[in-house]
Design a binder for this molecule. Sequence first.
Ligand SMILES: Nc1ncnc2c1ncn2[C@@H]1O[C@H](COP(=O)(O)OP(=O)(O)O)[C@@H](O)[C@H]1O
Ligand SMILES: [Mg+2]
Length: 390
Amino acid sequence: MAINFSLYYRTPENCDYLKKVITSSRQGKLVEAKPLAELPEMVNSGANAVFLEYENDDPDLDQWIKKTAADHRNPPIFLYLQEITTEQLWKALRLGVKECFVFPIRPEEFQEALDRLPVFPIEPGAGDPTRVVALLGCKGGVGTTFMAVNAAYLLAQEDKGQVLAADLDLRYGQMVYFFDAKPQYTIVEVIENADHLDHSYLQSLFYQYDKNLQLMPAPLRLEDAEIVTPEQLEKVISYLKKLRAFRTIVMDVGHQVDEVALKSLELADDVVLVTNQMIPALSNAKKLLEVLQLVGLENLNLQIWLNAWQKHGDLSLNDVAGFLGREVAGAVQFDLKESTRSINEGVPLAKLAPNLGVCRDLQIFAARLGGKNGQDKKASRWGLLNLFRR
Ligand SMILES: Nc1ncnc2c1ncn2[C@@H]1O[C@H](COP(=O)(O)OP(=O)(O)O)[C@@H](O)[C@H]1O
Ligand SMILES: [Mg+2]
């Protein structure tokens, strides 16, 4: 699919140069080219991206960039500069710019930026409603992050829209390691801007893992977890839902049940309680179900998933369901060697070795999360049938 550019340049020579950069890329196409002196009030509505040659010390230009970036109907802005300082880079990000390029632009660098461009609906509210899914572990180590990461990856692979993997295990979040991602920003910057959220700015804060998958990492420092309050988290998630830029938001809530975790569950359309078949995990799961009832969250759309499932373990599926007094939605089989390898390599197992049995279970799990309401029952039976097949 072509990516249509509107180009605004300072000098005719640079216009030619930038034109060449755009048209030499795989998808780039030029639909408009104007000198900065003729910068239009509104960006051409046929453009998917703006390429603008930046001019220092021009407050009007800064204002134009800020205003254009803040309007969700506008496409992302790429800046071109002769050279750039860290200060200018920060300024550009604050203005809402998506990418900055310095002379000479390497073709691979430009292509990578194009590949990073999410296929966002231009009009906010034009996309499908966002489905928010929260995964809560009943105990550390049951594989909550493993399931969240793989589900987010698989949902993004469906290529039906953007997926956001949000690490809400605020103190010990480890999602970045599972993706071997080295993001510049975390949820801290998002929360700090919770009162003046803006589409382009958020896009610059989220880490684009691949075409359809973005990450919002947990804080880097333990003490920064305090920055995230339930109220601000609600603002961010509500804003994202209103924006409809994401098809699914997968939240790894970790296993600590604090105010932020409860708020995450409340904000979710689906809650997954992750456990394994060991007595300590199962008794925690039971306690958690009771706590949710106590705090008035008994009506959550909650499903219980078993991870690291061993068919020939001490407890059968019936034993587990009987013990919890709840149906088990499905299970992901035990594979210590491969799950450890994928975590250590920082590649989701569903990407690293999609044909493993454990990945087939993860696919069923992801399909169940992405399912429309009407399909839930069917998906649930698939999950269980799969269990009995083994
Ligand atoms: N299906 C599985 N089979 C065997 N081991 C698993 C499975 N899923 C995860 N693990 C292992 O469990 C450990 C903890 O996983 P993690 O996702 O970090 O748990 P949590 O987020 O609940 O603390 C990892 O070392 C991983 O190798
Ligand atoms: Mg975890």
